[in-house]
Ligand binder design. Sequence first.
Ligand code: HEC
Length: 407
Amino acid sequence: MRSLFLAALVFAACTPGQIIMPPPTPVEPPTLSLVTVTPVDTTRPTSSTVMSSLSATGLSLVSGQVAVVSVDAVAVRAGMATTPVPVGPMGDDALGTVRQLGRRGAASLWLTSTGVYLERSGRLLRSPLSDSLPLPQVRAIDVVGEGAAETWWVRTDDAVLRATSGGVDAIALNDPNGGGLIKAAVGRDGASVIVVQGARLYLVEVDAPKVTVLATGLGAVTQSARLGDGTAALATAQGLVRVSPTNELTLTAFGPVAAVHDVAADGDAALVQSNGLLLSLLVDEARVLGDVAAPVVSGVVRDTAGAVFTLDGDALKRLATTAEEQPVRYADVKPFFTARCTSCHSSGANYAPIIDFTTYNKAKMWAAQSLARVQNGDNPMPPVASGLLRPSQYAVLERWVQGGLLP
Ligand code: HEC
């Protein structure tokens, strides 16, 4: 009753158009089966504590640099100290209480008690869209598109709002078998959004208008992110749920405990926190980036220099992960050969010449030629029928060759 009353107030205050979606098409959603991925744990990047005894609540990026967020300020790291980021055109506005952090492309977004702030040239400026949103009710914001096509998917407890320069619409789901709080809204584009309400996962196509139940029986969602390739990733008590742009669903665990506490986008990869580890996940390959001491890491970002920062309890930790800092060794590239190449080349299957990638000395002999073929779109390896590899998928081979083929 109370939430209905609140919702009515919200609509009255902001007069958004209300869109009531049709009930979902009655299809039995597939049951999600859990796949456990064992993370590759070879050479861990060196981890160093950059600052300790911080009273930080999260991490953001400001001009590509890591910024520590506290209750009412954002400060960029400068060596072992931080400098506050000025707020407002004159630099003397108050940020208010920071309630949520978000991403807008490669940039950050701050939702505070006084508005939604975006960064421009090293300053935090209040977005004019702030005035169209029911700020006290907003739980999270996900931004898709750029320029005139920019769309904000805004989540409150009982509605998903779509905000554009043209206005705000409140989108209400209408599932007779659903209900409960809205726990995630990850935009796909300006017209469709992945929504978790209660224990149900939906694809909501607003303009169609069409709602599809993608999964039921979801565990508690603690974080969500949109990866570079458009995949929606949800950290849940039952594992990492991923919804690809073609609606393929996966549920992944990374060790004995299925729960995934945090997920953040890192290009096409996901930075995942599970089982006391910070992992980098690309498609179905997970690598250990480091250990985390705190039960839940409250932030993880990668700066423009390529270093990953995490907030582990009250400490800011830095993981050296750029190519220069962390050379790729044979042990790092071997899993790539095993996963992508040996199915044909160890036995000569599919008329492939026998190439031994399982020892350093043999793999080294074929490395340059292998990289050339992997990069050759006209005559690729693996052959086109097995699906072209994206650059991010063969980066490890590229870095091994560039780094001088270390044993
Ligand atoms: C589906 C089977 C298959 C897979 C998987 C595969 N290859 Fe091949 N590969 C072949 C065949 C068949 C040839 C020979 C025809 C050709 O050169 O295109 C070949 C040729 C090559 C050659 C040239 C060998 C020579 O003697 O000139 C290299 C190098 C190579 N592959 C590397 C790789 C690497 C690296 C991977 C993994 C990223 C890989 N291949 C995955 C089937 C495969």
